[in-house]
Structures are given as structure tokens and as C-alpha cells.
Design a binder for this molecule. Structure first.
Ligand code: HEC
Length: 177
């Protein structure tokens, strides 16, 4: 008799556990279906991509000036990724008479190539004209797309005081060098 009652209690407890599990599964499913509803996928605006491009353009210069070639190579990669995003997310733009997806590789291809070569050669004499050719491409594209009032130049100062642009010598301490 006692054993039978024990068995009954266990069954009820098991059933409750199953019910709770089912309820959790249903809630999870509902939450998954509900998320993102009515919210469009995030598309970075061209102005945002360009502001990051401006930052990387400056960092590339500072890295090259400091002969920090790994950092310079990294900034070239980041610039290239930004250009690819600009072309992918904004194949056309506002009143631009030219398609961005066409003009971006046309204008930036050669300067990026010469920057990569200068960095591989670790040559400051090559790096400076390669950098200037990229800046020229930035401004050329701004003119071609009716945004010629955005004029990019060589950075005249380091505005990133929280980053060490010198070539890494082992691990730095993280305090003032
Ligand atoms: C498609 C060719 C193209 C290229 C290549 C390009 N830009 Fe732009 N850039 C634009 C357009 C178009 C805008 C205006 C975006 C908008 O409508 O917000 C812009 C805007 C900008 C802005 C203004 C951002 C702001 O909101 O203040 C800066 C800064 C800028 N670009 C820097 C650069 C730099 C630096 C480079 C090169 C390393 C570069 N751009 C290369 C097309 C280009």
C-alpha cells in the first residue's frame, strides 16, 4: 500500500517535471519567433562607414610614420573591408551620377596595392606617395559622387592619445610609455 502510494507520487512528480519542461520549450519557441519582428536588419549608413574610414586613414598614416608595418598592414585591411561594405550596402547613393559599387574598386584598387607594396618593402619613401595616392582617391570619389565638399588631407597631429603607434616591442605595460 505504501509502495503503491509512493509510486503514485513519483508519477505525479514526473508529470509535473515534464509539464514544466514543455512550458519552457514553448516559451523559448515563442521568444525566438517574436524577436526581430518588425525590426529591419541593420544597415550601416554610408556616413558611418566613411567616418570609420576617416579614422583608419589617419591611423594608417600614424602607423606608417612610426614604421609600425604590422599596424599599417592591418589598417589597410580595415580600409579595404570598409570600401567593400560601402559598395555592398550602398551600390548607389543619393544624387551620385556614378554607381559606388563600380567607382570604389576603380578608384581605390591601385592606391591600396601600392600601399601594400610599400608596407611589404617597409619603405617610408614608398609609403608617403602611396598614402597620398589613397587620399587623392578619397577626394576623387567625393567629387565624382557630388560630395566634393568632404576634403581629406594628411593628418597633421595624432588625435588618438590612447593608442601606441610605435612598433610593438614585446608587450607594453599599458601605462604611459
Ligand atoms: C564612393 C567613393 C568614395 C570613396 C572611395 C571614399 N569616399 Fe568618403 N564619402 C563618400 C560619400 C558618397 C560620402 C557621403 C556619405 C553620406 O551621404 O553621408 C562620403 C563621406 C565621407 C566623409 C564625411 C563623413 C561625415 O559624416 O562626416 C569622410 C570624412 C570621408 N568620406 C572620408 C573618406 C576617406 C578618408 C576616404 C579614403 C580613405 C574616402 N572617404 C573614400 C564616397 C567615397
Amino acid at each position: 500500500m505504501r509502495a503503491a502510494r509512493l509510486l503514485w507520487h513519483t508519477r505525479v512528480a514526473d508529470k509535473k517535471t515534464v509539464n514544466i519542461r514543455e512550458a519552457i520549450a514553448v516559451c523559448l519557441l515563442l521568444a525566438l519567433c517574436g524577436c526581430n519582428r518588425g525590426r529591419p536588419a541593420y544597415t550601416p549608413a554610408l556616413g558611418e562607414i566613411m567616418t570609420l574610414t576617416q579614422m583608419r586613414h589617419a591611423k594608417l598614416w600614424l602607423a606608417g610614420k612610426s614604421k609600425n608595418w604590422p599596424l599599417a598592414a592591418y589598417e589597410v585591411d580595415e580600409l579595404e573591408e570598409g570600401f567593400a561594405d560601402a559598395a555592398a550596402y550602398h551600390p548607389t547613393h543619393k544624387t551620385s551620377p556614378v554607381r559606388l559599387e563600380r567607382i570604389i574598386p576603380l578608384m581605390t584598387g591601385e592606391p591600396l596595392k601600392s600601399l601594400r607594396k610599400a608596407i611589404a618593402d617597409q619603405d617610408p619613401q614608398e609609403f608617403q606617395p602611396a598614402f597620398d595616392s589613397l587620399t587623392k582617391a578619397c577626394n576623387g570619389c567625393h567629387q565624382a559622387t557630388n560630395f566634393g565638399f568632404n576634403v581629406v588631407i594628411r593628418p597633421s597631429a595624432n588625435t588618438f592619445s590612447n593608442q601606441d603607434f610605435r612598433a610593438a616591442q614585446g608587450q607594453r605595460s599599458g601605462t604611459t610609455p
